[in-house]
Ligand binder design. Structure first.
Ligand code: HEM
Length: 572
């Protein structure tokens, strides 16, 4: 009950004030009153008559708002899991007349999002964030159709399991920079991990590092922050009432604002892309996502703005999730020190305990416990606990329930990962559940047996199809092979270099993180950059709340090796 009340106050504070500022202010009062009354009536009628349909069960709805006032903007996954204890694994909710179906069980997700993916792989069309701000070109918001397929194919050509092998030296170099920073300054651990994720991606996408003035980093984070806010379906009134899009420009100030942002980001992403082209034209041999996009564009035939968005999307979608997972790895390790010890022993057995050589990707297949540790991190606390909302195209029926066209379908990854019929004793962090000392391990093994990257592409048939074609699944994370490797190499190298321990209080008692407390990853990021805070997201991702960690270098030799490798730009 208290959770619902807290949530309610969050909702009132943030979303509705945004609606009031951005939407209502741009419509004349009288027209709005008539419009509002008719809509109100329509919603009441819909509410009354919809009772005849057999929908999935769910909490009762109030007229007009439906369940909007009770859906929390934080810990949404726990709220959905709690509802499923009362109503069953499929839950119907409505938000201001819009249908929502929440799926908490793997079997339902598998049937709806995977087997019937042709109907459930679209996104809700967003007028503000999609049509105007993104010029209908941003992958993550694209409805299912030819442009989405083209963009995903382009992503897949650059980031499939085989191709990401070409980026390993960038990831290894990035982690060495991280270790070098941490041996010098422990206080900035949080920021260093954030920087590692951001800079590694910038390097992978555009073959460059952030300038020392931090200008590009600030611009990128500014775009990211405002975009995630803007794509909340309730951020702008026009997305709840699309008819407002017929208003002329003079009465729709939000439209000018969205178009302005579109211009800013197109200019920024195009500049980064053109820099890569300029370097290629001068004969530089660049190993990066943008260079491969240019090379493959004869085949892909994407226009310049689309190309700019495809490359920018890689940075936007990957930065915070990668950093958040590394932070969860630290939290899990602090609470379960025996797992870190076991992993360290394994690393020492493989590369030697003397500190002269750091583990690399070449060692992955000899580190089954470390692989299991990372997989368990993805399972235990998925950084995207509820998947990005999918959108159905046509009416459907499942298990006797009606699923109308245009339903928002949300899969609760966290609930699946804590289903004890799939993962016994699910709240215990236990890498042994994935430990297979005799299995033949590949980098892709990191992505198997959990659903941290969404649902639907790892069946053996699809994997074969993937290797033969550009098929990348309909909506699963196209950066997943890169992401899991970035997390793996960072975690394994942190373990190799440091003893990872909690800080202690005055009486010597360890101060442990509380795994139940987390915050939206982007909020924290933005907070660090001293920009205004924001509290809700359409694609909520989670990172642990502030926690203390002490990383003690394991020996002077380890420190020397790190310094030596880092100071030599040719080694990683
Ligand atoms: C640990 C890191 C990451 C996690 C846990 C993660 C997870 C996810 C999840 C759960 C989705 C939604 C899937 C769905 O709609 O069903 C997603 C979408 C996406 N991810 Fe990731 N991701 C990570 C890193 C990355 C990276 C590094 C990139 C790019 C290089 C990336 C690019 C994308 C894109 C473009 C989408 C939207 C796909 C679409 O709408 O079709 N992600 N990710």
């Amino acid at each position: 009950m208290s959770a619902v009340l807290t949530t309610f106050s969050n909702f009132t504070k943030t979303d509705w004030s945004t609606l009031a500022q951005e939407g209502v202010s741009s419509v004349p009062g009288g027209a709005l009153a008539v419009f509002g009354t008719s809509l109100g009536l329509a919603y009441v009628l819909k509410y009354v008559f919809s009772k005849k349909d057999k929908y999935a069960p769910g909490p009762s709805q109030v007229p007009f708002f439906g369940n909007a006032l009770e859906i929390p903007t934080q810990y949404t996954w726990r709220y959905f899991a709690k509802l499923s204890e009362k109503y069953g694994p499929m839950i119907r909710l409505t938000i201001a007349g819009g249908e929502m179906l929440v799926l908490n069980k793997l079997e339902d997700i598998d049937e709806i999002l995977v087997k019937r993916s042709g109907n459930y792989s679209s996104r809700k069309p967003l007028i503000y964030a999609g049509k105007y701000r993104s010029g209908d070109k941003r992958l993550v918001l694209l409805p299912y159709g030819p442009l989405l397929k083209k963009q995903r194919a382009a992503f897949f050509q650059m980031l499939n399991a085989k191709m990401v092998g070409g980026y390993e030296h960038i990831q290894e170099r990035g982690t060495m920079k991280l270790l070098a920073k941490l041996t010098g300054d422990q206080t900035g651990a949080y920021l260093s991990i954030k920087n590692y994720a951001a800079e590694t991606l910038l390097n992978l996408v555009y073959a460059k590092a952030f300038g020392s003035d931090g200008k590009d980093l600030r611009t990128l984070l500014g775009i990211l922050e405002s975009f995630v806010t803007d794509m909340h379906p309730r951020a702008y009134l026009v997305d709840t009432f699309p008819v407002l899009d017929y208003l002329p420009n003079a009465l729709a100030l939000w439209r000018q604002k969205a178009k302005k942002m579109h211009e800013v980001e197109v200019e920024f992403y195009t500049r980064l892309l053109m820099e890569v082209k300029g370097r290629m034209d001068k004969g530089e041999n660049l190993e990066c996502f943008a260079a491969r996009l240019w090379e493959d564009n004869e085949k892909n035939q994407l226009d310049l703005t689309t190309l700019a968005y495809v490359a920018g999307s890689a940075f936007e979608a990957g930065t915070d999730n990668t950093a958040g997972t590394i932070l969860w790895f630290l939290v899990a390790g602090l609470l379960n020190p025996h797992t870190l010890k076991k992993a360290q022993e394994e690393i020492d057995r493989v590369v030697g305990a003397d500190g002269y050589a750091a583990p690399t990707f070449q060692h992955l297949d000899q580190l089954p416990y470390c692989v299991a540790l990372i997989k368990e991190t993805f399972r235990w606390m998925p950084v995207a606990p509820v998947s990005a909302p999918h959108h159905s195209l046509k009416e459907d029926e499942y298990k006797g329930y009606r699923i109308p066209a245009n339903t928002t379908v949300i899969s609760n990854i966290w609930a699946v990962h804590h289903d004890d019929s799939l993962y016994p004793d699910p709240f215990t962090f236990n890498p042994d559940r994935f430990y297979k000392p005799d299995a033949k391990l590949r980098a892709e093994s990191l992505n198997e047996e959990h659903y941290g990257f969404g649902f639907g592409q790892l069946s053996p048939m699809l994997l074969i199809l993937q290797r033969l074609t550009s098929y990348s699944g309909r909506r699963t994370c196209p950066g997943q092979y890169l992401a899991s490797k970035s997390v793996f190499i960072a975690a394994v190298r942190l373990l190799w270099a440091f003893n990872i321990e909690p800080p202690v209080d005055a009486s010597g008692k360890p101060i442990l993180p509380d795994p139940a407390r987390c915050r939206n990853g982007l909020t924290a990021y933005v907070h660090v950059m001293h920009v205004a805070c924001w509290t809700s997201s359409n694609f909520p991702n989670s990172e642990p709340d502030t926690f203390g960690v002490v990383m003690k270098p394991r020996s002077d030799i380890h420190v020397q090796t790190i310094k030596q490798v880092w100071s030599d730009p040719t080694s990683a």
